[in-house]
Design a protein around this ligand. Structure first.
Ligand code: FES
Length: 161
């Protein structure tokens, strides 16, 4: 576990979010701009902030969630510092990707689609990454890891603080 953060970063981020919402109060046309700004400041769109956005910009909450789930750039859950994408496309699947998935889930103690409690990793499964010749393939922050096997998983993950 890391040490407690004593800096002001959280309140700075909250101030940015406050300012964005205040500037756009009563202006539903700026919904996406406000949501993009919040996502940039906080890294995700927390539920309480989305409720506030709906109230203050005068937009139905269902529309706010509609936008949040429609655009892939938005996420409603906090993400980790490192993004793991494991390919489960056909070539990777037959070369053992499901076993790699199980090893990652065991190592991180999370399921695909989740983020570790310490926000170190977010783990997602994806379809063909277009690199079937080096299956099974996993990327971490876009860096390609070819021919991954369950026993390589711990070593690969250890490289990412
Ligand atoms: S199936 Fe995994 S890269 Fe194509």
């Amino acid at each position: 576990m890391g040490a407690e953060c004593n800096c002001n970063c959280q309140s700075e981020m909250d101030k940015k979010v406050d300012a964005l919402i205040t500037e756009n109060r009563g202006n539903p046309n700026n919904l996406i701009v406000v949501m993009a700004g919040i996502q940039e400041a906080l890294g995700y769109l927390p539920q309480d902030v989305m409720i506030r956005v709906a109230e203050e910009l005068n937009v139905p909450l269902t529309d706010v969630y509609g936008v949040a789930t429609f655009y892939a750039a938005f996420t409603l859950r906090p993400r980790g510092r490192h993004s793991i994408n494991l390919c489960l496309g056909t070539a990777c699947y037959v070369k053992g990707a499901p076993e790699v998935q199980a090893a990652i889930e065991k190592e991180l103690n999370i399921k695909a689609g989740d983020t570790t409690e310490d926000r170190r990793f977010t783990f997602d499964v994806v379809r063909c990454l277009g690199a079937c010749g080096i299956a099974p393939v996993m990327t971490i922050n876009g860096e390609v890891h070819p021919r991954v096997t369950p026993d390589k998983v711990a070593d690969v993950l250890a490289k990412y603080e």
